[in-house]
Ligand binder design. Structure first.
Ligand SMILES: Nc1ncnc2c1ncn2[C@@H]1O[C@H](COP(=O)(O)OP(=O)(O)O)[C@@H](O)[C@H]1O
Ligand SMILES: [Mg+2]
Length: 523
């Protein structure tokens, strides 16, 4: 007698619906049953023991094709091309698979089929199905799993003995188990060992690499083979995708082919799934940006933004409506104060004049960044421009490494507040950049940093608007990004000066603490 399905359908509307639709399903099942008669006669029966033995036999032969045929015959599942490639791939005793595909491609669906294949091939083993949230586990993955189990049982291939709702655990025919967990509960599985895991939407969690490695540590049950499957839309060359990239690239030419059979990577787009409703993809087209379309539908592994100030653009950040001369006249007339951001490198000095408007608005209105000017001439020029402004700077933010320049600032502007990056937090570059970015593109309201429109027209080689456009993050050889900026002596000094002044004036208190904490682990 085939064991009965004892699910708790009241908790899962989808499973309930599939039961209600039993009328329809029956017709289908009968049809399927006819189709599988041959296999059915072979396995059925006879006794559950021989069914388990038959599963074991398939497992030892790593016969994925037979398992898939049983699933197809019992449930009507017809994988599309990319799903089929996923199911049939994977050789050796340790298989890793990544299904990198667009939204609606059938990742979750195919993932659950992979799980059933593992359950069929390894009836006594333990499996783990993981999704980013409990909701996804309960409403997406579990109903698909139960529905397939039910159909298998109807067709005479029982694999589910009972489902333990209190433990979110399926007990399988043959002694195996399947655990269903959200990512946040993965750590609680300490002590359990698994033969296979399935991690759905891996790239959407905060730290995919860590979760993958945690799971990897648990996949060590002695089994005919072990399998780790992740499926996701991509989020650039990072996370689990980067792990696969490394593994598949690392091998030398001779080994590469074998390695790639153990580290399977399949890419598919939403267009690969012929089962989607007709209006599905056009609907996506209407809502996505170009970049989102490429990533979410076409499953392209996009280069993460390498520009540090990605949000910077002339249309948004230029102060218009006047000229440099007109602006200065207005500053004087309205008595607006200004700061000097003073980065005095030996060869590549950069001085910014930054007006302090009401409402914490900063406007960079003048700069001096000549190559190889003598210090004396630089000092004279800075003084002359400040004199023309008819008042000394309010604050002068200096490079902390240049004691002589700090001294000069004190002497030249005795009434100004001369300062530098003092604390460790202030010196950290990444949080400082974040202060600037937050003010360039605040969540609410207009940008809080503007640049005189005249600074955009034929700026000097190292001009601040050029720096803002071209400052880049360093990339590792494998293409992943770091949070270190490229110091090219062209685009880093002007942005350094601005960052220091902004941190000094606006980077105090909670925001800086939060940012420092966030970046203290970053490379
Ligand atoms: N081989 C298939 N046969 C029939 N329907 C499928 C198949 N693959 C996917 N689907 C259906 O396509 C839709 C999207 O699949 P799903 O697995 O949820 O996509 P994804 O997880 O990639 O967003 C679902 O309704 C699913 O049932
Ligand atoms: Mg899905």
């Amino acid at each position: 007698m085939a064991p009965r399905l004892k699910a708790g359908p009241q908790l899962i509307p989808e499973a309930l619906a599939s039961r209600k639709e039993r009328g329809k399903a029956d017709e289908k099942t009968v049809e399927q049953a006819k189709r599988v008669q041959v296999q059915a006669r072979r396995f059925q029966a006879v006794s559950p023991v021989s069914w388990v033995e038959a599963m074991r036999g398939m497992g030892h032969r790593h016969d994925r094709e037979s398992a898939l045929r049983i699933i197809g015959a019992a449930t009507g599942y017809t994988p599309h091309k990319k799903q089929l490639a996923l199911h049939l791939s994977g050789e050796g005793s340790s298989v890793q698979k990544f299904f990198c595909a667009g939204i609606g491609t059938g990742k979750s669906h195919a993932g659950i089929v992979e799980d059933i294949i593992c359950a069929l091939l390894m009836p006594g083993q333990r499996g783990l199905i993981v999704a980013p949230t409990y909701d996804q586990v309960l409403h997406v993955l579990l109903p698909k799993f139960l529905a397939l189990c039910e159909q298998l049982e109807q067709a005479g291939y029982p694999i589910l003995k009972r489902f333990r709702w209190s433990q979110m655990r399926a007990e399988l025919v043959g002694g195996g188990e399947v655990f269903f967990r959200s990512v946040s509960k993965v750590d609680n599985l300490l002590g359990f060992e698994f033969a296979w895991v399935h991690f759905d939407e891996s790239e959407t969690v905060l730290d995919p690499e860590r979760v993958w490695n945690t799971l990897k540590g648990r996949v060590r049950q002695a089994a005919p083979f072990r399998q780790m499957l992740a499926t996701s839309t991509p989020r650039g060359l990072r996370g689990v995708i980067a792990i696969f990239h490394h593994a598949r690239e690392a091998a030398n030419d001779n080994e590469r082919e074998d390695i790639r059979k153990q580290w399977v990577f399949i890419r598919a787009t939403s267009f690969d799934n012929p089962y989607l409703p007709d209006d599905y993809i056009p609907g996506l087209k209407r809502t996505y940006s170009k970049r989102a379309w490429d990533q979410e539908v076409m499953a392209k592994i996009l280069r993460p933004a390498t520009a540090v100030f990605e949000e910077f653009e002339r249309a948004k950040h230029s102060y218009r409506g006047t000229s440099r001369v007109g602006f200065i006249r207005e500053l004087i007339a309205r008595g607006v104060t200004y700061d000097l951001a003073y980065d005095a490198g030996d060869q590549f000095p950069h001085v910014l004049w930054i007006a302090n408007f009401a409402g914490d608005k900063s406007v960079i209105f003048d700069e001096l960044c000549p190559d190889g000017m003598t210090l004396d001439r630089l000092h004279a020029e800075v003084l002359a421009r400040c004199v023309a402004l008819k008042r000394a700077p309010d604050t002068i933010v200096c490079d902390r490494a240049r004691k002589d320049e700090i001294q000069w600032a004190h002497q030249a502007f005795p009434g100004s507040h001369v300062t530098r990056m003092n604390s460790r937090a202030e010196q950290l570059i990444a949080p400082g950049i974040e202060v600037v970015r937050n003010r360039l593109d605040p969540m609410m309201g207009d940008p809080l940093i503007l640049f005189g429109d005249w600074l955009f027209d034929s700026p000097p080689r190292r001009g601040i608007t050029r720096c803002m456009q071209n400052l880049r993050y360093q990339q590792r050889p494998d293409g992943t990004m770091t949070t270190l900026i490229i110091k090219d002596n062209i685009h880093d000094h002007g942005t350094d000066a601005l960052r220091m002044q902004q941190v000094k004036r606006f980077g105090s208190g909670g925001m800086m603490q939060m940012l420092t904490a966030r970046y203290s682990h970053a490379a």
